[in-house]
Structure formats: C-alpha cells, structure tokens
Ligand binder design. Structure first.
Ligand SMILES: Cc1cc2nc3c(=O)[nH]c(=O)nc-3n(C[C@H](O)[C@H](O)[C@H](O)COP(=O)(O)O)c2cc1C
Length: 223
C-alpha cells in the first residue's frame, strides 16, 4: 500500500481475525517502527509483547477498570481525564461514578488480539521541555507516541491493523509489577495488533481548514 493510502486508512482496529501474527511479520513491524523520532534521539521506549495467557487476562482485567472510569466520564457528559480550563487537573468530578458500568464487547475484544504489547517509556530519557510549566505537561509523550503510531502504520502496510489504548495506564503500578517494568519507566500504552475483521472505509477527521491557521491562532486558513 502506498504511504498516503496507509496514512488515510490507519484507523483504530479493535476486532481481529483469530489468526496468529507470525514473528517475522511482527519483527518487520518493529523494524520499521524503530525509525520514529524522539527528543535527542534517545529512544526511551521498550515494548513487552505479552503472550502468557494469565498475563493477558490480567491486562484485560486492568483495562476493564480503566474503561469503566472512562465511560463514566462520558456518561456524565465530560471529557475523560481532561484538565480544567486552566490546563490543570482538579480531580474527578462528583458526578462521575464508574460503579455499575458495563464493558462493551468491542473493548473486551481488544484483548483477544493476536498481538498484545505494552509500550513503556523511560521517563529519564524524555526531553520534557514544558516540565516546569504550571499546567498539564504534554511534551514528554511526543518522545514515545510517534513510535506507537509507526507501529500502527507498519502494521497497516502489512495488511494488519491495531489500536493504541491507554486504559491500562490507570493501573500503572500493577502493570509494572506484572511485567517486571522497572521504576524510571511509565506505562505509555497497550498496543493490540492483528488482522482486522474489517477495515474502516473512511476515517472521520477534521479538515485542514479547521486545523491550520496563518500567522495567528485565529488567522486565515491555509488555502
Ligand atoms: C493517545 C491515545 C489513547 C487512546 N486510548 C484508547 C483507549 O484507551 N481505548 C480505545 O479503545 N481506544 C483508544 N485510542 C484510540 C482512539 O479512540 C482512536 O484513535 C480514535 O477514536 C479514532 O478512531 P478511528 O481511527 O476509528 O477513527 C487511543 C488513541 C490515542 C492516540
């Protein structure tokens, strides 16, 4: 598939054909993904491919808990885990209650993916240039998530698909213990990969007019 087609069609895939991804293909995905950029080219990422059925089941259980919290925010009409208008976290709102929320089949299906991989990031290798600003920091993740996107693009190029999820990050200490991830690392994402039951036909994304402005945030769009 050509690059433009890959970029246009790499959507979130959460349901997979029950067919293994062989190690040659999986290696090829990481072989391509490793060319991702990172601050200072420090490449502080580590991928743990989880095959042990007991560990996979634990990851699913932990993701479920994260999903319930996420869905509770949505049910309350809020942006899940979002900072407030001043860019700071003020704690979960009172109207968000995760009790009794069911986990949908599509979310469960993620954990049946042929490949489940946890992406960890060495915090000491991140160039977090907004580290001391009095708001939610964003820059550190930029040294990790381009790698994750490269994994998804490479998978798509090989006729596969996948999704990056972050529900697990709500249970970071348990995930670290389960997988032996050492202290300076953070859990950045879970990646699920495999052959999709179907590819999305069209991704819904903002138009260029909405997201690019000339000279000022409210400037004229790029035409
Ligand atoms: C940083 C990040 C976190 C995400 N976390 C989750 C997640 O926890 N669970 C999930 O099902 N999808 C997750 N996604 C996938 C998004 O929901 C998906 O990319 C978005 O809804 C667009 O979907 P589409 O490609 O099908 O249009 C995440 C994506 C990103 C980039």
């Amino acid at each position: 598939v050509d690059l433009a087609e890959v970029m246009r069609s790499t959507g979130a895939i959460r349901e997979f054909v029950d067919e293994p991804v062989d190690d040659t293909a999986l290696r090829e995905i990481f072989e391509l993904a490793r060319f991702a950029p990172s601050g200072g080219n420090r490449q502080g990422w580590k991928v743990i491919v989880v095959r042990d059925p007991a560990k996979r089941a634990r990851l699913q259980e932990m993701s479920r808990a994260g999903w319930r919290e996420y869905a509770a925010y949505v049910a309350a009409g809020r942006v899940p885990f979002a900072p407030g208008p001043d860019g700071k976290w003020t704690g979960p709102p009172d109207d968000v209650d995760a009790a009794g929320i069911d986990v949908p089949g599509a979310v469960e299906a993620i954990h049946e993916a042929p490949v489940l991989a946890v992406l960890a990031a060495d915090l000491q290798q991140l160039a977090v240039t907004d580290i001391d600003l009095d708001r939610q920091s964003i820059v550190g993740g930029a040294s990790v998530y381009p790698f994750a996107q490269n994994v998804l693009l490479a998978a798509r190029d090989l006729g596969m698909g996948g999704v990056l999820t972050t529900f697990l990050c709500r249970r970071e200490s348990e995930v670290k213990e389960l997988l032996g991830i050492p202290t300076p690392y953070a859990v950045a994402a879970l990646l699920a990969l495999g052959r999709p039951t179907r590819f999305p036909t069209r991704l819904r994304r903002k138009e260029v007019d909405e997201l690019v402005a000339i000279d000022d945030f409210t400037g004229r769009p790029l035409r």
